[in-house]
Design a protein around this ligand. Structure first.
Ligand SMILES: [Ca+2]
Length: 130
């Protein structure tokens, strides 16, 4: 999934816009928190997130509002892997657009740099014939 930050004072912050079904749209700030921001920031290649902002902090978007009630655990690789309230934010308006401030440090590949707890070592189950 593609995402971008719009309207920030620097490239590491802004209103979160996501690309879905060929259309860029915003995210409603209902339930928007630092864990959701963390997933967005890592998607965009930043090491971490500093703040999750509500209420169109980086300005109102236009058109589609895609997501509301985003509920990430914080370790998802993409925002569309998080629980959320469905692909329609029609009960929200753009004064509720969610935005983020990411850390200014960028990483090329934040996820492969940190071993996942679910990763098995190669050859671990060699004798596991059942
Ligand atoms: Ca949340």
């Amino acid at each position: 999934m593609n995402a971008r930050l719009i309207g920030g004072r620097s490239p590491n912050e802004g209103r979160v816009e996501i690309y879905h079904q060929g259309v860029w749209g915003t995210i409603c700030d209902s339930g928007w928190d630092i864990k959701d921001a963390l997933v967005v920031c890592r998607m965009l290649g930043f090491v971490s997130a500093e703040e999750a902002k509500c209420c169109a902090f980086h300005g109102k978007g236009t058109g589609q509002i895609w997501l509301k009630n985003v509920s990430c655990k914080g370790n998802e690789t993409s925002l569309d892997k998080c629980l959320h309230g469905g692909w329609s934010g029609e009960t929200c308006d753009h004064s509720q657009d969610a935005s983020v401030v990411c850390s200014s440090n960028r990483t090329v590949d934040a996820f492969t740099a940190v071993p996942s707890p679910t990763t098995q070592a190669p050859g671990q189950n060699v004798s596991g014939i059942s």
